[in-house]
Design a protein around this ligand. Structure first.
Ligand code: F6R
Length: 241
């Protein structure tokens, strides 16, 4: 794992966006895995700026998001589809049909998960997977557990994740308790991985990811087995290294 530590969250966002932009410039047909959450917002703003400046063309890029809450359709204001539309897709020239977010609705979420994994495979796999990290070390919605999920699956959110995400809902009771998420295996099969973490509240998870044992109790630790993974950290997130 290649680790870059920069002074501020703003610089970390610029660094992540620069890496993504370079990948798109190298390969206009890039298959790009994407996260939601607070971590990627600055990078998305930078990518939008680069697009507006005429530097970046998204017309052939395909995207696959890491996860979606079960039970929220794409129009729900807390759905990850809506998040992606508002924070990136609506502001760049990516064709809507090239953007993929797992479906959290319908009678059979397990089937949605299997179909999503198959769609990634038929797109030729993910070239670059961008992601954040949870305070408990989760990636996507792969929560601490006793085994790594290999493929996209329906996953139960841990109480700490429900707690962390309740800020977006009226109450903890309104936070969906399951999600469709790429598995750790799906993430490891991406040809390149890019993790962005900022802020002191990620420092414990980053210490575990970098220096602790590789264990499903800290899912991001699996990235140490990725042959081409870059972690961009601000000084606060790196403060326990
Ligand atoms: C979101 C995702 C999650 C987040 C993580 C960090 O699609 O997969 O793993 O990356 O929970 O969230 P933030 O960035 O809000 O701290």
């Amino acid at each position: 794992m290649q680790i870059h530590i920069v002074k501020s969250p703003e610089l970390a966002a610029e660094a992540a966006a620069t890496l993504i932009a370079a990948a798109i410039l190298e390969n206009p047909d890039l298959v790009l895995g994407l996260p939601t959450g607070s971590s990627p917002l600055g990078a998305y703003r930078a990518l939008i700026r680069m697009h507006r400046e005429g530097l970046l063309d998204f017309s052939k890029v395909a995207t696959y998001n890491l996860d979606e809450y079960v039970g929220l359709d794409g129009t729900h204001e807390q759905s990850y589809r809506r998040f992606m539309d508002e924070n990136l897709f609506d502001h760049v020239n990516i064709p809507r049909e090239n953007t993929h977010v797992p479906s959290g609705v319908g009678p059979d979420p397990e089937r949605n998960a299997r179909d999503y994994e198959a769609a990634i495979l038929s797109a030729g796999g993910i070239d670059l997977q961008f992601m954040g990290i949870g305070r408990n070390g989760h990636i996507g919605f792969n929560e601490p557990s006793d085994s790594f999920a290999d493929k996209t699956a329906v996953i139960a959110l841990s109480p700490s994740t429900v707690e962390a995400n309740k800020r977006f809902f009226a109450s903890a009771d309104d936070v969906p308790k399951t999600a469709v998420s790429m598995g750790v295996g799906t993430i490891l099969r991406a040809r390149r991985a890019l993790l962005l973490a900022t802020g002191r509240d990620k420092a414990e998870a980053i210490r575990g990811m970098v220096n602790g044992p590789v264990t499903p109790m800290l899912p991001a630790s699996a990235l140490r087995f990725h042959p081409n993974c870059v972690a961009i950290l601000d000084e606060a997130a790196a403060s326990l290294l």
